[in-house]
Design a protein around this ligand. Structure first.
Ligand code: C2E
Ligand code: CA
Ligand code: CA
Ligand code: CA
Length: 275
């Protein structure tokens, strides 16, 4: 027993040490990723299910690490949140997206929108609305071409969140609730908070046609959005049957691998902006 305990202990320590240095390595790298120009934005099309046209894109970040290659946001966004690095990274995303909207507007494509993810810590950052406003003004873009996606966790029923949302709405940008239905939160915020869009989480979409409960939940979310006058987007649509289902349900938009994976800006421009 003693031996096993000792071995276990050593194993545990070794593992912990490895985990910690790996995290520290990532943190140091992440700190420098902006100046080293290692961050990349991909864009995933959002399709209007009534017309079949792409009306907007969601910006999704990637980190092109010099040794490790592409790292997904699922791996470094939580670290960025913990360390506060999400603030400069988030500002980089906002700046980049506003410049992209300016480029597209100058090229004659002014009715395309981009959705930007905001993590809870970013949403709580006092300078956020100001930073967004400055970027809208410098780039002379239309604020209604910008949408911000926030999760239920970031909005809870707090006065600060309501204030931030009201300030965002004053700018004329749109607000979407991301991963709707997964946040263990009450629905009362839908009554008080100025929200434009609900995004049905992909966990409900994946087996929507096989699982009766998923079907009940997605149908209810679509009806809820419709009754409240909100726009509704299905995320993670991977096959044609799902796309047809959401179209039949009069879900406004869909996004997912069936239509397109997230793509780089050159591909967006070559594919969607035919000269
Ligand atoms: P999310 O906002 O829920 O984004 C949707 C995720 O689902 C993306 O993963 C997207 O690539 C993936 N996806 C899209 N269509 C499909 C599909 O048909 N099937 C499947 N299985 N997956 C699909 P990604 O790009 O790895 O991003 C993961 C999460 O990282 C995002 O989840 C978001 O929470 C966060 N994130 C991404 N970019 C940013 C950013 O710029 N800022 C912040 N704060 N968070 C970001
Ligand atoms: Ca999102
Ligand atoms: Ca989502
Ligand atoms: Ca998610």
């Amino acid at each position: 027993v003693k031996e096993r305990g000792k071995g276990h202990y050593q194993y545990y320590r070794k593992d912990m040490k490895k985990g910690t240095s790996q995290t520290m390595l990532l943190e140091t790298g992440l700190r420098k990723s902006i100046e080293r120009d290692e961050l990349v934005l991909l864009y995933q099309p959002q399709i209007d299910l009534l017309t079949g046209e792409t009306t907007s894109f969601e910006a999704l970040i990637r980190w092109n690490h010099p040794e490790l290659g592409f790292i997904s946001p699922g791996e470094f966004i939580p670290l960025a949140e913990e360390t506060g690095l999400i603030i400069p990274i988030g500002e980089w995303v906002i700046e980049k997206v506003c410049k992209k909207l300016r480029d597209w507007k100058e090229a004659g494509y002014s009715d395309i929108s981009i959705a930007v993810n905001l993590s809870p810590r970013q949403f709580q950052q006092p300078g956020l609305v100001n930073y967004i406003e400055r970027n809208i003004l410098t780039n002379k873009i239309d604020s209604n071409n910008l949408e911000f996606e926030i999760t239920e966790g970031a909005i809870q029923d707090s006065k600060e969140a309501l204030h931030t949302l009201a300030e965002l709405k004053k700018l004329g940008v749109k607000v979407a609730v991301d991963d709707f239905g997964t946040g263990y939160s009450s629905l009362s915020y839908l009554k008080y908070f100025p929200i434009d869009t609900l995004k049905i989480d992909q966990s409900f979409v994946r087996e929507v046609l096989q699982d009766k409960k998923d079907m009940a939940i997605t149908t209810t979310i679509i009806h809820l959005a419709q009754s409240l006058g909100l726009s509704v987007v299905a995320e993670g649509v991977e096959d044609e049957k799902q796309a047809i289902f959401f179209k039949k349900m009069k879900c406004d938009k869909a996004q997912g691998y069936f239509f397109s994976r997230p793509i780089n800006e050159e591909t967006v421009e070559a594919h969607y902006f035919k000269k």
